[in-house]
Ligand binder design. Sequence first.
Ligand SMILES: C[S@@+](CC[C@H](N)C(=O)[O-])C[C@H]1O[C@@H](n2cnc3c(N)ncnc32)[C@H](O)[C@@H]1O
Length: 408
Amino acid sequence: MTTKTIKYPASVDKTKIMQYVQPPAGNTERHISVQPLIVTSGVTSSFECLKNYYIRDFGRGPEAAQRVIEMIFRKKFKKTMNWKHNLWQKTVALTVKCRLRSSQTGELFSTSKPCSFEDINRVYAQAVEEPRKKDAYQYVQNIRSGKNMGFPLYVSGAVLNYLGAGVDENTMYMLDGTRRIMAHALAHRQYITIMLLIFENEFSPLIDTYTINAVKKGIAELSWFKNYQSIPLLGLKGQRSLRRFDLIDMSLLRDQVVMDFGCNVGQASIRAIQAGAQKVIGIDNMPDTIRIAKDIKKIMGLTAVQYYKIDFNSSKFNLIIDKKFPGKADYSFFFSLYRTKELTQRERLFRYCISKTKKGIFFEGHANEKIDTMEYYDWLFETFHLKHEFLGWGEETIRPLYFIPLQQ
Ligand SMILES: C[S@@+](CC[C@H](N)C(=O)[O-])C[C@H]1O[C@@H](n2cnc3c(N)ncnc32)[C@H](O)[C@@H]1O
């Protein structure tokens, strides 16, 4: 079979981030404007971005960021935040290079060269407390000596709207980093790089339309399973919804290694990354499918996922996988694969999946209402001597989904 090659632009244009604005939500924002210019990183999961992120007075990790967001709702929006348990799984982090200028005069600090808060603005100088100023002046020394101080942390209006904010989607609110922003202005820097948390459906509008359309066309032309998987990060809507991931406790995947057997174009692999998986190995055999999975990985700049083209019908499939990935996964996805009619050694493959997985397998059945019954899968798992927990139906009343725990 020959595979058609999709033509992509040489690099993904990530300058559409320029449409985001920082509203005058606080004193610093009213005097120091942070204007996004270009996305400088690939997609990172919010968990990865936040797990070691320390916010003064609030602590470390996603929980600390949640507390700051709660404070923004209370103090700035005068609203109660409607927290959603899956927020961090539906948001991703990007680094963004921004330009710094005076919000009041529009002048670049690299041109005006302020030496003090008074030079930035007298009203601002009066509003900032002395200890903060002292820290900021110290940070100026750190910047000049090239010390890495981490990125100020922002969240988009779209993320806040998911929690009920009702603000402009293309805004960005600072969660942490006021002192670093002040210090960059006082160090006469023209640019600052920030970490921006965006909602999953905000990523594809940042990618040029040509690239997105090339992926959509490629998926529509696949030899098997055309337009099958939905991937919100790329605005892809396929036959398969995301319902199965709402039935799974995705928090189990944080910092874990996950294998995705029959990964197709990568929906479940990407979902695992979004849930904070440390590493994901996706395997499929269709050349055009795996090529698109790799294209999507490249467009999103994902580093924690590896896709391999391996035929489960090969007599040596286990050796080939073990060579590429010698260890064991913590969790595996075995979704809509067992009864795929082209599989010639399904039992051997499933036994291999069991032997290759430490903690548990998420298993989804197929869509034939007469065959893919709970009775059938109860029987199947019994033949493998596996305990199993029914999680619900992957799609409406079809595709039963199970968790198979493998630890005693
Ligand atoms: C019904 S789809 C399920 C895809 C994905 N697991 C999901 O649930 O969204 C079955 C997948 O298994 C892959 N597949 C079928 N036979 C295979 C084989 N012999 N070796 C590797 N992958 C295979 C197909 O290419 C396809 O992507």
